[in-house]
Design a protein around this ligand. Sequence first.
Ligand code: HPA
Length: 238
Amino acid sequence: MSTPHNNAAKGDIAKTVLMPGDPLRAKFIAENYLESPVCYNEVRGMLGFTGIYKGERISVQGSGMGMPSIGIYSWELFTEYEVENIIRVGTAGSIADNVNLRDVIIGMSASTNSSYAAQYRLPGTYAPTASWELLSAAVKAAEEKGCTYHVGNIFSSDTFYDDAASLAEWNKMGVLGIEMEAAALYMNAARTGKNALCILTVSDCPLKGLATTAEERQTTFRDMMEIALEASIKVAER
Ligand code: HPA
């Protein structure tokens, strides 16, 4: 069995999947953290791998950029491949004043300017929310690692280049950072009764005009990856 976007067979994918936006990051994670990784998908270059981390089967797959893309891949993982947990690992721009370059953000909720929720025909505004189980496991892992982290509301935007330049407005509401995928992931998890979380490292501060170097991104990416992997193990052991 496969889908239009994934040629994995049922059973090829673990119950927990880490999802970076960039499929080459997925390859990096598989090659650097997983024992015996096997590539299960190459359709559209959206590489997916399954391997072993500390005795547990874990998969890692690219999501692509933006909510339509993660919406497709995460929906298929939840509904066609019996995936229970998806942890997005990505980068963010900081919005809140106390969130600095290289900090980790754990997304408790995801505000959005996307119309993704319109499909549910709800008589109000839906609040996309992370899984408490994954969130609490990630917070424990971040504590153990001793890195600087923030937990709170993030902003999932449909635009990277944004004519409205609205970050100052989100800043007034205490939103921590901007990225482009979490809200759709959280809504797919809610709709399918599954679990999702988004962990981010701050790669740039758009309001302050600061950005990390490629080398710094690689190091902070490792911290975030290790938090996501350790959170996966904690959840598997429950
Ligand atoms: N905007 C949207 N997504 C991002 C950004 C940003 O400034 N930085 C990292 N991901």
